[in-house]
Write a protein that binds this ligand. Structure first.
Ligand SMILES: *[C@@H]1O[C@H](CO)[C@@H](O)[C@H](O)[C@H]1NC(C)=O
Ligand SMILES: *[C@@H]1O[C@H](CO)[C@@H](O)[C@H](O)[C@H]1NC(C)=O
Ligand SMILES: *[C@@H]1O[C@H](CO)[C@@H](O)[C@H](O)[C@H]1NC(C)=O
Ligand SMILES: *[C@@H]1O[C@H](CO)[C@@H](O)[C@H](O)[C@H]1NC(C)=O
Ligand SMILES: *[C@@H]1O[C@H](CO)[C@@H](O)[C@H](O)[C@H]1NC(C)=O
Ligand SMILES: *[C@@H]1O[C@H](CO)[C@@H](O)[C@H](O)[C@H]1NC(C)=O
Ligand SMILES: *[C@@H]1O[C@H](CO)[C@@H](O)[C@H](O)[C@H]1NC(C)=O
Ligand SMILES: *[C@@H]1O[C@H](CO)[C@@H](O)[C@H](O)[C@H]1NC(C)=O
Ligand SMILES: *[C@@H]1O[C@H](CO)[C@@H](O)[C@H](O)[C@H]1NC(C)=O
Ligand SMILES: *[C@@H]1O[C@H](CO)[C@@H](O)[C@H](O)[C@H]1NC(C)=O
Length: 413
């Protein structure tokens, strides 16, 4: 028994040594959730998080490490990661990272960080030297891309790939490493960065996008901030329905009056214009027995002639043109095995996803979106008439008092 334990300890030790020898992107970027290497499909332009991470050039600090307090002059930098999720599978989902510097610091046109003028009452000495928090132009010019006396080893990403040479690369002093779905994407940027991912290969459901941000340092890059955001990939067209009625007292309470038209307006959330070339139809069932209305426009109007509570049921269908797949089905490669997320999506049967030939010769996929809303229809007061009264019966006691009380009762709204 003790022999087994001893053996086990040796194994653990060996594993620890191996891990220390090669830190992978996964170890740095994934906070808890790890993907089995073979369970995901590849994202175009992204790399597997099994690649090794250059820890010497891009040090890894745990949260709470005392070195964080020196990661930036004058305070901590925070990062905000925003997304335009939910995304219809196949469309792009876009992320925006914005760095927030300590008070009174800002990025100038050259990508250097300067103190904002007149921001504090007590400005840091009026010498030019003190204008900069970080004068990176100076550092880069010391050892520029074209003419560096030492190595170029500095201008590389954590996986060793060199920075791209596009014009203006020198003004981008932050390295952003994004991580999702078992893969990473790295880019250099200024104090904010935007990028899009195509969701065609991402399984349905919620996923986490994480980003780690490093700044240029003297001999290595310095971690300054991390952020993450949850995004949703769905096979239902994301949409919302707005309803308007003339003289509506409360536009958000779904209560409308009888015999007056209600305007329904559908807004499809499609920030990457994935559905630009699709044929979109709107199937309305107003729930009052009036039947099914099919429209090609996103706005329609309906008048309820009955009082009561109704369920509006809208189905939006998009017919999306796609390139035709080869006739012979190809066996899926081992790396594109269906993930648990996809197979557990039980209601995917609702979506009709078929590729078929059609009159104009192309192939299409069908995507649906739904909205089900409860509507209350009440009797309305469309107008109030003032009736002139010529004779009012009064009692004796009232005759002495020239005041007359009126009681007006209204029904509806
Ligand atoms: C999806 O995966 C396939 C196969 O791995 C790849 O060829 C394709 O470029 C990927 N598409 C996107 C949009 O990531
Ligand atoms: C800063 O303050 C000084 C004097 O108070 C003023 O002359 C100058 O215009 C201000 N500069 C800016 C950029 O506001
Ligand atoms: C910042 O660096 C640039 C380029 O080397 C230099 O021209 C400038 O004088 C520097 N500014 C300061 C305040 O050191
Ligand atoms: C490269 O370095 C040499 C010698 O230090 C210098 O004469 C030359 O101007 C530099 N070129 C550039 C593009 O900085
Ligand atoms: C230059 O690169 C080599 C190997 O990549 C490394 O051993 C050496 O320390 C580097 N020199 C400098 C000055 O960075
Ligand atoms: C979608 O994202 C890819 C990068 O993943 C980009 O090349 C493409 O232009 C984007 N398309 C749209 C319509 O935004
Ligand atoms: C309008 O309706 C909403 C939802 O029922 C309710 O929260 C809100 O208080 C209403 N506003 C007014 C002014 O009645
Ligand atoms: C999609 O259509 C909108 C508005 O009609 C237009 O502004 C946008 O440029 C189009 N985008 C693409 C990728 O076709
Ligand atoms: C309609 O629904 C409201 C609350 O949702 C309820 O108070 C009301 O009694 C219902 N009216 C009818 C006619 O069912
Ligand atoms: C809404 O309508 C669709 C078909 O148009 C139907 O499949 C679905 O069951 C309806 N949902 C409700 C709640 O009535």
């Amino acid at each position: 028994m003790s022999g087994v334990c001893h053996h086990l300890r040796l194994l653990l030790l060996a594993e620890a040594v191996l891990c220390a020898a090669a830190i992978r992107f996964q170890d740095v970027l994934s906070s808890g959730t790890t993907f089995p290497v073979t369970s995901y499909k590849k994202l175009q332009g992204w790399s597997s998080d099994q690649n090794t991470w250059n820890e010497k050039l891009y040090p890894l600090w745990e949260e709470g490490d005392p070195r964080w307090k020196d990661s930036w002059k004058g305070g901590r930098v925070t990062a905000k990661l925003d997304t335009d999720s939910p995304a219809l599978v196949g469309s792009n989902v876009t992320f925006v990272v914005t760095l927030q510097f300590p008070k009174c610091q800002t990025e100038d046109n050259d990508g250097n960080i300067i103190y904002e003028r007149n921001c504090t009452q007590d400005p840091p000495v009026s010498q030019d030297q003190q204008v900069y928090v970080y004068n990176w132009t100076e550092w880069i010019d010391d050892c520029g891309w074209e003419n560096c006396t030492s190595n170029h080893s500095h201008n590389v990403f954590p996986d060793g790939r060199p920075f791209p040479h596009f014009p203006g690369w020198r003004r981008r002093n932050f390295v952003y490493v994004f991580h999702t779905f078992g893969q990473y994407y790295q880019k250099i940027g200024r104090s904010s960065a935007t990028f899009s991912v195509n969701t065609a290969n991402i399984s349905l459901g919620e996923h986490v996008m994480a980003v780690h941000i490093y700044r240029r340092g003297h001999s290595a890059y310095v971690p300054i901030a991390r952020a993450s955001a949850v995004y949703l990939v769905t096979d239902k067209i994301p949409l919302s329905v707005s309803m308007f009625q003339k003289h509506d007292r409360n536009i958000s309470d779904s209560i409308f009056i009888k015999d007056s038209p209600i305007t329904f307006e559908v807004k499809i959330h499609d920030p990457s214009y994935y559905l630009n070339n699709s044929a979109i139809s709107y199937k309305w069932n107003f729930g009052d027995g009036s039947g099914l209305f099919v429209a090609s426009g996103s706005t329609t109007s309906h008048t309820y002639t009955l009082q009561g509570n109704f369920t509006l049921n809208l189905t939006v269908q998009a017919i999306i043109p796609v390139p035709c797949k080869p006739v012979t089905p190809t066996a899926p490669p081992p790396t594109s095995a269906v993930t648990a997320g996809e197979s557990s999506n039980s209601d995917s049967s609702i979506t009709v996803e078929t590729m078929e030939d059609n009159p104009d010769g192309g192939c299409h996929i069908y995507r649906n979106g739904y909205d089900i809303t409860g509507i209350s229809v009440v009797e309305g007061i469309l107008e109030v008439n003032i009736i002139q009264m010529t004779s009012i019966q009064t009692t004796e006691s009232q005759a002495e008092n020239s005041l007359v009380d009126f009681v007006v009762t209204c029904q509806g709204r």
